[in-house]
Design a protein. Structure first.
Length: 93
């Protein structure tokens, strides 16, 4: 999903609470349904936000891992991203 305000990208934490809370409920329910239907070995959150939501939804029932989100806003995050992703995902492959 993409959220824009004044032509600028907003991360979910930047949404007003009145916008954010209903959205979290809908998205959390959808992710929970996908996790239960697919029964993955692990859920990998790409970025801190996604990882945090995955941890809340899985409630320890499915292992979660964090993978740094590649971002144009943080060029450092893009350096060596493929290698970092390979290392993060290796235990689950």
């Amino acid at each position: 999903m993409l959220f824009l305000r004044n032509n600028r990208n907003l991360v979910p934490e930047q949404l007003h609470k009145a916008e954010r809370e209903p959205l979290f409920g809908i998205c959390d329910a959808a992710l929970d349904a996908v996790i239960h239907a697919s029964r993955p070995r692990a859920v990998i959150g790409i970025g801190r936000f996604a990882h945090g939501r995955a941890q809340i939804i899985t409630d320890g029932q499915v292992p979660t891992a964090y993978l740094l989100h590649p971002s144009p806003a943080n060029p450092t995050a893009n350096r060596g991203w493929a290698d970092t992703a390979d290392q993060t995902l290796a235990p689950w492959l």
